[in-house]
Design a protein around this ligand. Structure first.
Ligand code: FE2
Length: 327
């Protein structure tokens, strides 16, 4: 091999879009990629897990098809990327698998229809159509979310994902400078709290929860800046007047949900999605009110750290405990 060929080989090895063990097919230019060549029912070796993490950093959300997983195999997929949390700080997991949150579309139909019908209000929940980042009412929201399709209708029940790094990058420099130094309060909404009247099996408090977060977050793995606005739980921006806070949240919500930053995923039974909860907001199932077929998914979450802002501000709890780790 000549020196030039060796150099070319080195350049290829450093290509952020080259993968040793998986095939990656992007779905849009800015978010979403389908991964093939992996059987997730088998233990993930370190090289394959590193490839998937690399694809996640490139595309923010990755999609796998036709995976046949037991609950133990689903948890093993999650543990390849870090320790798992309990299913949810408020809702209970499965009896035998406290890390797994099983969700039926009926839960959304019952709770979100009431939310959608609420009159306009300056208090959360606002009518933000289900857009959210997972579990930011705690000071240490999860790093990754992993969702597995169990019972999926032939049509209906899609999930949308939006790239929060692109949403930040698309702001004008003056607005970026403004939001870089701000913090916001994220708190449990009535939607989150529904069904929390019973004591938890693990004895932990089911809330209410509230946390103070930077409005711009430094991605802990890539160093990129992202707009850390959670339409579902950000109640207000600290230090602003009420009208200023509401207007800025509405402005940023419009940026986060611009169609050009989105990908839409159509589920099939056996689909598995991993999203970087440090880089995307999501909404789903978006059309639960328009179909009446059953839909069941199971979710696990990989533990994360308190977010850090561009000025070094570190998230802290205002009410309730941190999200704990089960291993
Ligand atoms: Fe979610």
């Amino acid at each position: 091999m000549s020196a030039v060929e060796a150099l070319r080989g080195d350049i290829r090895a450093e290509d952020p879009h080259s993968y040793a063990r998986i095939s990656v097919d992007p779905v849009t230019p800015v978010i979403g990629a389908e991964i093939s060549g992996v059987d997730l029912s088998q233990p993930l070796d370190a090289e394959t897990a590193a490839d998937i993490r690399k694809a996640l950093h490139n595309w923010r959300v990755v999609f796998f098809r036709d995976q046949d997983l037991t609950n133990d195999q689903l948890k093993a997929v999650g543990r390849a990327f870090g320790p798992l949390t309990p299913a949810h700080p408020i809702a209970e997991g499965l009896d035998d698998h406290p890390e797994i949150w099983e969700r039926s579309v009926e839960d959304y139909r019952k709770r979100r229809v009431a939310n959608d019908a609420a009159p306009p209000s300056r208090q959360p929940p606002r009518d933000y159509k289900g857009w959210h980042i997972d579990i930011t009412f705690v000071a240490n929201p999860n790093r990754y979310s992993i969702l597995y399709g169990v019972e999926i209708p032939r049509f209906g029940g899609d999930t949308l994902f939006a790239n929060l790094i692109e949403a930040y990058a698309g702001l004008s420099p003056a607005i970026r400078t403004l939001v870089d130094g701000l913090q916001s309060v994220h708190r449990t909404s009535s939607y989150d709290s529904a069904g929390s009247s019973k004591p938890r099996r693990d004895g932990r408090s089911p809330g209410p929860f509230a946390s103070l977060h930077p409005l711009v977050r430094i991605h802990p793995e890539t160093g990129e800046k992202l707009l850390f606005l959670n339409p579902g739980t950000t109640s207000h921006i600290v230090g602003l007047k009420e009208r200023e806070s509401q207007a800025l949240i509405d402005l940023l919500y419009g940026e986060v949900t611009r169609p050009e930053y989105q990908v839409r995923f159509h589920w099939r039974p056996g689909s598995l999605v991993i999203w970087d909860n440090q880089a995307v907001a999501h909404a789903g199932p978006i059309d639960y009110a328009h179909f009446d077929l059953p839909r069941t998914v199971r979710r696990i979450t990989v533990a994360g750290e308190p977010p850090v802002g561009p000025d070094g501000f570190v998230s802290r709890p205002l009410d309730g405990e941190l999200f704990n780790v089960l291993g």
